[in-house]
Design a protein around this ligand. Structure first.
Ligand SMILES: [Zn+2]
Length: 213
């Protein structure tokens, strides 16, 4: 309800009601809540099921997992000339096809079991490679202190906060993002806040007059 504009009460109420029965934090959302999110995205005309399906299919494709390995000199060093890709493809097919950490089939990348940070080039051997999704890959890095607290990546969290919490001002949005644990520079919030302006133009969002941005 935070930030509901007085002049546009009805529409704002309808927007909020869509997620009223869902838990306040996305980590507590069940499949039914996410299903509702999908229905909301499509019914409000933000996206089509065709677009959603096309995106998901694209992220199911383990694209460049093998070639990203085979193109590295440190891996090529273990094989006769031009035989690396063959070995990599055999390794690739032998994998389970799911993220070793969270089990998703989406956005899989080749990742090290023993890290390069610890083992350097010696870590670049096929026996030391596994499949890990992009999210789990990122949150493994020490630089991402808040990574992995929720299932959402930072870019999706920015939209989840905007569409579910519906802050009425930019400052409220920034505060919600910080409370959520997002640690990136404010400029990333400002870029994401553009969505509020775009949606307001087509009647799908209400920004308070008091918003500074
Ligand atoms: Zn994962």
């Amino acid at each position: 309800m935070a930030g509901a504009a007085a002049g546009d009460e009805q529409q704002t109420q309808a927007e909020v009601d869509f997620f009223e029965s869902s838990p306040l934090a996305d980590m507590d959302w069940a499949e039914g809540d996410w299903e509702q999110m999908l229905v909301y995205l499509v019914e409000s005309g933000l996206v089509t099921y065709q677009e959603v399906a096309a995106l998901v299919l694209g992220h199911l494709n383990p694209s460049q997992v093998g070639t990203s390995i085979a193109s590295k000199k440190t891996f090529q060093a273990h094989y006769p000339p031009r035989k690396t890709m063959q070995a990599v493809l055999a390794w690739h097919i032998n994998q389970e096809g799911v993220c070793v950490d969270c089990g998703t089939r989406l956005e899989l990348q080749a990742d090290h079991v023993e890290t390069r940070e610890e083992y350097g080039d010696a870590a670049d051997r096929l026996e030391n490679m596994t499949l890990r999704c992009r999210r789990c890959n990122v949150i493994r890095r020490p630089s991402h202190a808040n990574g992995g607290k929720t299932f959402l990546t930072t870019e999706s969290a920015l939209m989840w906060i905007l569409l579910v919490k519906r802050p009425g001002t930019y400052l409220e949005y920034e505060r919600l993002c910080r409370n959520y644990g997002l640690t990136m520079a404010n400029i990333r919030f400002k870029e994401a806040w553009a969505m509020a302006h775009w949606l307001q133009r087509v009647g799908l969002y209400t920004i308070d007059d008091s918003s500074t941005f």
